[in-house]
Design a protein around this ligand. Structure first.
Ligand SMILES: Nc1nc2c(ncn2[C@@H]2O[C@H](COP(=O)(O)OP(=O)(O)OP(=O)(O)O)[C@@H](O)[C@H]2O)c(=O)[nH]1
Ligand SMILES: [Mg+2]
Length: 698
């Protein structure tokens, strides 16, 4: 059922679902849609029928690779659900979607409890000051343990985390949930229909329900100065104090309610919707992002009202058959069809046509949207993730969460020569949809480089590019070696002589070749006295020498930090010409270079690795085995930061290795530091690898 009617701002709830990978975010979102009759059957990730995981790549791998939005109605409230991918390599989506929503729903599996990804997304929501709910999923699964999950949540995130529902049984015995506000039991058919009934709390759950309610009451009271006094006087709170206190504490982030479900069996999901409608802030109550005037930067307070001029943020761009679609959270004012606006980020003026309501990949035409809603508009020239849009003459700047920078680069090439254009078009599309992907050109190889947060990130991007019509090949990243020399040689001869009828060709040069200090580049000196090489031919000698520089002599890499001095030569009054001296210069330099103890320089990266204490030993040992030199260590709470200098060649594929060494809990950055000579035993290997690569390229 399409939601084309307009909802008033207080009737809106924008919720972003985040969590560790595979904890049931998409399944929860599907169950919500089905409960709200927005779908006619329960969408399933496993069966490939999800509204949110609609990309073919997602269907194939049964996991979310991009965020998606769908709206539904629940008891006169419109709930906009934003589903995000759990894998950390897609965390730019997570950040922007948490930013765009008013409430963050964190899924935690009752089987796996608090995981690395839970802590990561919790940090994102906390940094952005977003009110949070926790939804404990998979209570129907073997080894589900609610008490352990709740204890882990309170240990990691504090006593503000308190249950709002508790499970009625667990594992195969999971039948439903007990609502701690009303002290009613909700039991379900457990067949995905979501059907069930409301009844009294069974006798054997009475004590547990009372104890959990006490925990909730105490948490609500502790979040409010007035309520805590009442609580201490009366020993409890009235129902009215409890519900109003709950709503206000949630909006302030002072209380984080925990709810219980089975997503796939659709049990408890209707109570999640009830509690969102009742206790999650509408856009009027939710904290708004910081805004400033475009020039001058004085603070501007956004007004979550229809009367103010339009301001919105594009939090996701997607590519559908119809073209690019920008998903926009309206932060201020209304969004009417056929409106001119300014893209404040790009400093451009545009106009959108229809205002659409996103439902996965389906877009429903609407008459417009009120302040706080989420809309989609199609075919903007710009309008990609993170862009701020505003009504003309009412521009404001908004602090958008920074997206993490890429950490690994791959070369990509079209499978067929001549498909460059297709590649460029497809590349643009994937980058528009995901701002943590970047595109650069390798100055030496002229390859397109695609950088991202990890191997899966790049692989999924390449799969998308194929779907957009560009057959591309992915090549491992290459190391930017340089060639240099270690000794000086003098009086190396370079000779070019040809006598084949008619006018001959003749030129001879004598060169000194010597190393320069690191970073000095290249120098050519003319030290000819007495005209042994006539003046007019000296530029030709220099040209010949310089021709050798970009592709090197040893193994195809640029030559650096070398000085060539032209000291002597021979010429013939008739046969000598520029071309002959150019060739003589080239020959002489190549020969001289090889006589000077040539070697390769390799880029050394400054590596910073952050890992939990217990992985330190493994990570340090591994850095040593990668020819790395540890420079120092720092402690960040229970985590250690290791700083090291490591050759680039040794950490091209560091991300997956660190991931397995640290069970996914390590992070790292690497930036270029300087060049150093490679160990002698690697010289032949680098030259041979380059030759093999060149042959493969041909
Ligand atoms: N038994 C049981 N299985 C569940 C439940 N929720 C999700 N699953 C299963 O867990 C797997 C992952 O579910 P998803 O909904 O794709 O999880 P997600 O958090 O969206 O995963 P990513 O988007 O890849 O991070 C699927 O096979 C689901 O069928 C649940 O409550 N109970
Ligand atoms: Mg998912």
């Amino acid at each position: 059922m399409a939601l084309s009617r307009r909802y008033e701002t207080p009737q809106l709830r924008n919720i972003t679902i985040v969590g560790h990978g595979g904890t049931g975010k998409t399944s929860l979102a599907e169950a919500m849609l089905f409960c709200g009759k927005a779908t006619t059957r329960l969408g399933s990730v496993d069966a490939g029928t999800s509204t949110f995981d609609f990309e073919p790549e997602e269907v194939r791998r049964k996991t979310s690779y991009a965020s998606a939005v769908a709206g539904m109605e629940w008891k006169k409230v419109k709930v906009n659900i934003i589903d995000t991918p759990g894998d950390a390599v897609f965390s730019s989506d997570t950040r922007l979607c948490v930013f765009a929503g008013d409430t963050t729903l964190v899924t935690v599996s009752a089987v796996d409890h608090v995981q690395v990804g839970t802590e990561r997304v919790w940090g994102i929501a906390a940094d952005l000051g977003k009110p949070r709910f926790v939804v404990v999923t998979k209570l129907d699964k073997e080894r589900a343990d609610f008490d352990k999950t709740l204890a882990a949540l309170r240990e990691s995130f504090g006593q503000a985390v308190a249950p709002l529902t508790i499970p009625l049984g667990q594992e195969a015995g999971f039948k439903g949930v007990i609502d701690l506000v009303t002290l009613k039991a909700f039991t379900y058919a457990m067949d995905g229909s979501g059907e069930g009934r409301v009844g009294e709390v069974p006798a054997d759950f009475q004590a547990a329900a009372r104890a959990a309610r006490d925990l909730l009451v105490e948490a609500v009271a502790s979040a409010d100065d007035v309520l805590i006094d009442h609580y201490l006087e009366q020993g409890t709170l009235t129902d009215e104090e409890l519900t109003s206190g709950l709503r206000s504490a949630v909006a302030r982030g002072a209380l984080i309610p925990v709810l219980c479900v089975s997503c796939t069996r659709n049990a408890g999901v209707d109570t999640v919707l009830d509690h969102i409608a009742a206790y999650a802030p509408s856009p009027v109550e939710a904290p708004l992002p910081k805004a400033t005037a475009p020039n001058g930067g004085q603070a501007v307070t956004l007004k979550p009202s229809n009367d103010a001029p339009f301001v919105g943020v594009v939090f996701k761009a997607i590519h559908l058959d119809m073209g690019k679609v920008s998903l926009i959270r309206v932060l201020q004012g209304k969004a009417e069809p056929d409106t001119n606006f300014v893209n404040v980020t790009r400093e451009s003026h545009e106009r959108w046509g229809q205002v659409l309501m996103p439902f996965g990949k389906r877009l429903d035409i609407s008459t417009g949207a009120n302040c706080g809603d989420i809309i989609a508009v199609a075919k903007l020239k710009e309008g990609v993730s993170g862009d701020v849009l505003a009504a003309e003459r009412h521009e404001v700047r908004i602090e958008i969460p920074a997206v993490p920078g890429p950490i690994i680069a791959y070369a990509i090439r079209p499978k067929k020569k001549g498909d460059e254009d297709k590649l460029s078009t497809a590349l643009l599309k994937v980058i528009e949809a995901d701002p943590s992907l970047r595109q650069t050109r390798d100055a030496e190889t002229k390859d397109h480089l695609l950088s991202g947060m990890g191997q899966t990130h790049i692989e999924v991007a390449v799969e998308r590019m194929r779907r957009y019509g560009a057959e591309v090949e992915l090549h491992p990243p290459r190391v930017g070696y340089r060639e240099c020399i270690r000794r000086k040689v003098t009086h190396i001869e370079g000779k070019h002589k040809k006598q084949s009828g008619g006018r001959g060709q003749f030129g001879v040069v004598y060169l000194d070749v010597e190393p320069l200090e690191r970073g000095a580049g290249f120098e050519f000196e003319d030290a000819i006295f007495g005209g042994s090489v006539p003046n007019q031919f000296i530029p030709a000698v220099e040209k010949g020498v310089r021709e050798v520089l970009p592709k090197g002599v040893l193994g195809g890499y640029p030559i650096v930090d070398v000085k060539v001095r032209l000291t002597d030569g021979k010429f013939h009054p008739v046969d000598s010409d520029g071309r002959s001296f150019e060739i003589a210069g080239r020959k002489g330099f190549k020969e001289g270079f090889l006589a000077c103890g040539p070697t390769f320089l390799e880029p050394i990266m400054a590596l910073e690795v952050e890992v939990p204490d217990e992985c330190m030993g493994d990570v340090m040992g591994d850095i040593n085995s990668r020819r790395g030199r540890v420079q120092g260590m720092d402690t960040h709470g229970t985590r250690q930061v290791i700083k090291a200098l490591v050759p680039q060649a040794e950490i091209l594929f560091y991300a997956p290795d660190l991931h397995s060494m640290s069970q996914g809990r390590g992070t790292f950055t690497s930036t270029f530091s300087h060049y150093e000579e490679v160990p002698g035993n690697l010289v032949d290997k680098i030259a041979a690898d380059h030759k093999a690569q060149e042959e493969e390229d041909e």
